[in-house]
Each structure stands twice: as structure tokens, then as C-alpha cells.
Design a protein around this ligand. Structure first.
Ligand SMILES: *[C@@H]1O[C@H](CO)[C@@H](O)[C@H](O)[C@H]1NC(C)=O
Ligand SMILES: *[C@@H]1O[C@H](CO)[C@@H](O)[C@H](O)[C@H]1NC(C)=O
Ligand SMILES: *[C@@H]1O[C@H](CO)[C@@H](O)[C@H](O)[C@H]1NC(C)=O
Ligand SMILES: *[C@@H]1O[C@H](CO)[C@@H](O)[C@H](O)[C@H]1NC(C)=O
Ligand SMILES: *[C@@H]1O[C@H](CO)[C@@H](O)[C@H](O)[C@H]1NC(C)=O
Ligand SMILES: *[C@@H]1O[C@H](CO)[C@@H](O)[C@H](O)[C@H]1NC(C)=O
Length: 394
């Protein structure tokens, strides 16, 4: 992988990365750069377009994190634009179930992780200059949402219209999940239409609101985002403590399932974007309420973020969650700053670097430490979201 990068990235840029790893008292930027180098060197797979040791949807989050880093550190642009270019063309071939929205599925759609990758899938390869949103859908509306946000983030860096058009197409795919049978609104989790949960709906809000700020037909997306937020707020998923549970029961009540960090996060970024697209004095206070409740429920006495519901055995999904929360808290902080957000972001980033990192600069699952061997691309990308946020928020 490293050799490949030497061919695509200028030699002087590579030397800069090497030098950075040797600096002992590192700046926040150089820590993130060091971690980026580790991520690409250890795990980015040029053939699959995602990162070995993490799953399909996790890959979208690694890509979003790369774009966020490039937005604040121009030295990362060569690496991240290479990833966007390559991933756009090759990753559809490792999508566990591309185009499944057009099929008549009976069972639960399957998602995939390295151990279960269906290498028998014939594999659709993308083409530069061609948009095929269907290639990014896999039967789970939330997985589509992650890729839509990833391509929007890549569009923000490159202004490549194909990326934006891909996100637009993925969003259309997600609208097929609307409505659930709870209050005639919201989207289902998967094409099986048997679970109304928080993450798919928060992503639907966030993708719609992000698109509203980037496309000519803004009103269409503002309308979806407003409809979704109205439904979500009344759905019962936000509990009496102002934290968000995992989803609803079949009779449409809060199911009391785990308060995961990411479910406190995606809604924050969604409301920030919606407030930008169609300002309303209630959006940011609603976001601040959820953020405060999440910080109170999910940080330790040092201010370090945790998924108490799974650490240290978070399985391939849960390893991704904390970074998603921090990324969205950063977005909220930019428009409505609070000292409490700075504390969580800085405490988490500092603790990751001090307590949750091995000699090879790999980052693991419990940000308070100790380092849990082996780290993988999911634990590493997630922790990198905190390193990136720490560059911006201080
Ligand atoms: C990279 O991805 C390809 C395509 O999915 C796969 O066959 C290969 O095993 C992966 N490489 C590693 C080192 O996992
Ligand atoms: C990405 O692709 C575009 C168009 O195909 C090309 O102009 C650009 O140089 C590529 N960037 C990188 C870093 O490979
Ligand atoms: C778009 O992607 C789907 C799913 O991968 C594939 O079946 C279809 O052939 C692609 N369409 C085009 C026009 O390439
Ligand atoms: C609110 O938080 C308290 C204290 O952590 C907990 O005991 C209670 O179950 C929570 N209530 C809800 C509705 O989640
Ligand atoms: C919603 O649909 C599911 C099955 O699809 C059913 O079990 C459930 O009772 C329905 N809930 C309501 C409130 O209609
Ligand atoms: C990544 O590491 C975490 C924490 O050690 C583990 O729970 C998870 O299953 C690993 N992911 C994969 C895809 O093996």
C-alpha cells in the first residue's frame, strides 16, 4: 500500500509525513497526520476501495473523516482525493448487496464485515464520470445514508458533481423507506420494513439537510428534513433524559434499547445543516439539549467519551460510534460553541493519544485506554474523528 502511495503522492509530501511521526511533542495537526498515515498504510485496500478489517458502512465513515481532515489541513488533500477517486470506482464491487432495493427480498438483508464478505457477488465496478447511486445501496437505509454523507463530504472538498449526484440518488433510494407505520412518517431501518429506529431517521434528516445547502432545488430537501425532524421529535425515541434510545417497538413506543453515542450525534449535524438551510430558533437549542444529555450520560470523570453499552467488546458496528458523535459535536460547536464540547473533544483526543495508542500509532476501541490489541480500521477511523475535531475545536 505504501509503495502505491509513493507513486500517487509526491515524494516530498511523503517525507513530510515521515518527519511528522518523529516529532515528540506533536501538534494536533501532526497527530492526525500521523494517524492518517497509519490508517492508509495498514488498512486502505486499493482493490476493494475500503479499509481492510472494517465493514462496508464503516468505510463510508472512514471516508467522511478523511474529507473532514482535508477540509482543515490542505496537506491531506493528495491522499484523500486519491481515496475518493479510487473508492468511487472500485468499492461498489464489495457492496454486500448492490441494487437490492429493486429486488423482492424475503429475509433480512445482509450487511457485511471482513469475515463474511460475499466475494461471490458478481461485482459492479463504477466508472469515472458515471453516476450509479444504486451501487451504494445495500438493503439498509442507514448504510445508504452513511455513503450519502461521505460523498457529500467528498464533494465539499473536490466539487466533483458526480459525488453530489451520487448522494442525491442515494437519498432518493432512502425515501422508499418512508413512511413507517408509526404516525405515518419516518423511514424504516431496512427494506424489510420491520424496525423503525433512530439512526436511519437521523441520517435521513442529515442527508436531506446537507443536500438542501448544496443543490438548486433546495425546497424539496428542506421539506423532507423538516418532515423528518417533526416526526422524529414526536416519535418517542428521545427519552425523558433527553438522550436518544435505539428505536421503537412494533407498537411505536420507545424500545428502551441502548443509548449509543452515534444516535446522540447524527441528529446534531442534521439540525445544524437544517438551521443553515431554513433557520428556526428551535433547532440549535434542541441540538444543545441532546448534546448536553449525551455528555452527561456517556463521558467519564475525565471527560472522555464512551459507549458503555459495548466497550471493550464493541463488535464491528459499535467500534464506529464514538467518532460519529464527536464529528457531529464539532459541527454543532462551530455554530453554537460551548465549553463542555471543547472539554469532551480535547479530553477524548488527548486520552486517545496518551492511553489508547500502540507503538505503530494504531488507535483502539476504549479511548480511556489501555490499548486493546488488535486495533482495526474501524476503531482507528473512529478515534481519528476525535483527533480531527481536536484540531478545530480548542
Ligand atoms: C483487498 O480487497 C480485495 C477485494 O475485496 C480482497 O480480495 C483482498 O483480500 C483484500 N486484501 C487484504 C490484504 O485483505
Ligand atoms: C481524480 O480524478 C480526476 C478526474 O478523473 C483527476 O483530474 C484527478 O487528478 C484525480 N486525482 C487524483 C488525486 O488522483
Ligand atoms: C448500477 O449498479 C447496479 C448495482 O450494482 C447494477 O446492477 C447496475 O447494472 C448498474 N447500472 C449501470 C447503468 O451501470
Ligand atoms: C435517565 O437516567 C437515569 C440515570 O442514569 C436512569 O436511571 C434512567 O433509567 C434514565 N431514564 C430513561 C428514560 O432513560
Ligand atoms: C406495524 O407493522 C408491524 C409489522 O409490519 C406490526 O407487527 C405492527 O403491529 C404494526 N404497528 C402498528 C402500530 O400498526
Ligand atoms: C475491531 O476491533 C474491535 C475491538 O477490539 C472488535 O470488537 C471488532 O469486532 C473488530 N472489528 C472487526 C471487523 O473485526
Amino acid at each position: 500500500m505504501l509503495l502505491h502511495f509513493l507513486t500517487t503522492v509526491s515524494a516530498s509530501f511523503f517525507l513530510l509525513l515521515v518527519n511528522n511521526t518523529q516529532v515528540s511533542a506533536q501538534s494536533a495537526e501532526s497527530k492526525a497526520t500521523t494517524a492518517l498515515n497509519t490508517l492508509q498504510d495498514a488498512w486502505y485496500n486499493e482493490t476493494s476501495g475500503i479499509w481492510d478489517t472494517c465493514g462496508w458502512w464503516n468505510g463510508a465513515n472512514c471516508m467522511t473523516m478523511l474529507a473532514d481532515f482535508a477540509a482543515i489541513d490542505k496537506s491531506a488533500i493528495p491522499i484523500v482525493t486519491h481515496v475518493f477517486n479510487n473508492t468511487y470506482v472500485v468499492a461498489p464491487a464489495v457492496n454486500p448487496a448492490p441494487g437490492i432495493e429493486k429486488m423482492n427480498t424475503n429475509g433480512e438483508p445482509h450487511t457485511s464485515y471482513p469475515q463474511t464478505w460475499p466475494h461471490h457477488w458478481p461485482g459492479y465496478h463504477g466508472h469515472p464520470g458515471q453516476v450509479n447511486a444504486s451501487a451504494w445501496l445495500d438493503g439498509y437505509y442507514d448504510d445508504g445514508g452513511w455513503w450519502a454523507l461521505a460523498w457529500i463530504a467528498a464533494y465539499d472538498i473536490t466539487k466533483n458533481q458526480d459525488y453530489l449526484q451520487t448522494a442525491i440518488g442515494i437519498f432518493e433510494g432512502m425515501t422508499a423507506g418512508w413512511p413507517t407505520n408509526c404516525s405515518n412518517g419516518g423511514i424504516w431501518w431496512s427494506y424489510k420494513h420491520d424496525y423503525a429506529n433512530a439512526i436511519a431517521n437521523e441520517l435521513f434528516l442529515s442527508v436531506a439537510a446537507h443536500l438542501a445547502n448544496r443543490v438548486p432545488n433546495k425546497a424539496y430537501y428542506v421539506n423532507w428534513a423538516q418532515k423528518e425532524w417533526k416526526w422524529f421529535q414526536a416519535s418517542g425515541m428521545i427519552n425523558a433524559n433527553n438522550t436518544v434510545n435505539d428505536g421503537l417497538t412494533l407498537d411505536c413506543k420507545n424500545n428502551g434499547q441502548t443509548v449509543w453515542t452515534y444516535n446522540q450525534g447524527v441528529v446534531l449535524g442534521g439540525l445544524v445543516e437544517l438551521n443553515k438551510a431554513a433557520p428556526d430558533s428551535s433547532y440549535l437549542p434542541a441540538a444543545a439539549k441532546i448534546a448536553a444529555a449525551a455528555i452527561s450520560a456517556l463521558t467519564d470523570t475525565n471527560g472522555v467519551l464512551h459507549d458503555y453499552g459495548c466497550e471493550p467488546n464493541c463488535a464491528p458496528d459499535g467500534t464506529q460510534f464514538k467518532g460519529i458523535f464527536v464529528r457531529n459535536l464539532q459541527a454543532l460547536h462551530i455554530v453554537a460553541p460551548q465549553k463542555a464540547y471543547v472539554r469532551v473533544i480535547q479530553a477524548s483526543a488527548n486520552s486517545i493519544w496518551r492511553n489508547d495508542r500502540d507503538e505503530g500509532n494504531m488507535l483502539s476501541v476504549d479511548w480511556a485506554g489501555p490499548f486493546l490489541n488488535p486495533a482495526n480500521a474501524s476503531t482507528h477511523c473512529s478515534a481519528m474523528d476525535a483527533l480531527v475535531a481536536a484540531v478545530v475545536v480548542h
